[in-house]
Design a protein around this ligand. Structure first.
Ligand SMILES: [Zn+2]
Length: 347
């Protein structure tokens, strides 16, 4: 039987007092999801192995059944892989967020709504001012940029930027066992604020250090996602990445195009992972009302049309991890797993 795994990033949440202590996915008007809960089976599963930090990469690899050592996997390398950037074992990848700050306080981990053009301009500015000698900034379409340090054996420690919103800029400073490296990176972080002063995203942060990892097991199937981290995870475990025009990894994504691509992929593959990013971002922004709006749109534009597909397949709908829209943090709580047998084909 064909299997569609729909991962709605950070869909699960804490009970929200303003929603009568319901979580957003129970408070939102989601008739298709409710139907799948009623007609299918609902269970709770731990997706964050003990001792691991609750991140998307850890959760998704664990959902796909891959073993890895705690602390050995990092989003930055998966994102580089997903973006098609060549990374060697001697190189160190870091996530470079385009952030916003005001009066010494971090106001956003994701800048503001910068356009793809502005993002590319910012990367040019960063490379012109700080690049060269093994230091490369790489842009994506949004705030999720990357810094690749070539031939860098030292490691770097930094707090995830989304945990620092509302805190002072000093919290962005990184540390390393190589004092010259930490000094260089901290100078770049500080000086980025003057060279980016005229942009809505007026600074950067560096975090999530990572290097290439080899996975012994393979996952057969295809992955459809707007964000590079999911494409990278797919590539790392041997899946086929299907690129979809209009898959943006935010609430502007084209749900119909993603669903269409998933249905096409299921003609060829027995297993397809379809990833939706937007609810996680709304949670990081601590905007539970926006999260509800996004979930309702997902129900209307993705889940409801999915239920009308004239095929037979097993569907699993779940979060990768819980993301609290009260604290803006990922939590290691078990997630709800909804399994539904779609049987619409007469064949
Ligand atoms: Zn996630």
């Amino acid at each position: 039987m064909k299997h569609l795994l729909l991962i709605i990033d950070g869909m699960d949440d804490e009970p929200i007092p303003a929603f009568g202590n319901l979580t957003p996915s129970y408070f939102a008007d989601m008739p298709a999801l409710r139907y799948m809960r009623e007609k299918g089976t609902v269970s709770r599963r731990k997706t964050i192995p003990s001792g691991c930090i609750p991140g998307t990469e850890v959760a998704v690899l664990s959902i796909l059944g891959h073993d890895f050592q705690s602390g050995s996997v990092s989003r930055s390398w998966f994102e580089a892989l997903g973006a098609g950037i060549m990374v060697n074992e001697e190189d160190l990848c870091l996530r470079c967020n385009l952030i916003s700050h005001e009066n010494g306080i971090i106001t956003s981990h994701s800048g503001v709504d910068i356009s793809a053009r502005q993002c590319s301009e910012i990367i040019d500015v960063l490379n012109a001012n700080f690049g060269g000698e093994g230091i490369e900034f790489h842009g994506t379409r949004d705030f999720r940029c990357l810094l690749i340090l070539r031939d860098c054996s030292a490691n770097v420690a930094a707090y995830p930027t989304h945990t620092l919103v509302g805190r002072e800029l000093g919290r962005l400073l990184v540390s390393s066992e190589d004092p010259l490296l930490s000094e260089t990176l901290n100078e770049i972080i500080k000086n980025s604020r003057s060279v980016l002063a005229d942009y809505p995203s007026n600074g950067i942060s560096l975090w999530a250090p990572g290097r290439p990892v080899q996975f012994s097991g393979r996952t057969a199937g295809a992955v459809i996602a707007g964000v590079n981290i999911m494409k990278g995870i797919g590539r790392a475990v041997g899946m086929t990445v299907v690129d979809v025009d209009g898959a943006t990894g935010d609430d502007r994504t084209d749900y119909s195009a993603k669903l269409y691509a998933a249905m096409k992929a299921l003609e060829k593959f027995d297993f397809v992972l379809l990833h939706i990013e937007a609810p996680d971002e709304a949670s990081h922004q601590k905007d539970s009302a926006k999260k509800v709006r996004i979930l309702e749109e997902i129900d209307r534009r993705l889940l409801s049309p999915l239920l009308n597909q004239k095929i037979n397949m097993d569907v699993t709908v779940q979060s990768d991890h819980v993301t609290s829209s009260l604290s803006g943090q990922h939590l290691d709580w078990p997630v709800e797993v909804i399994q539904y047998k779609l049987r619409n084909s007469e064949k």
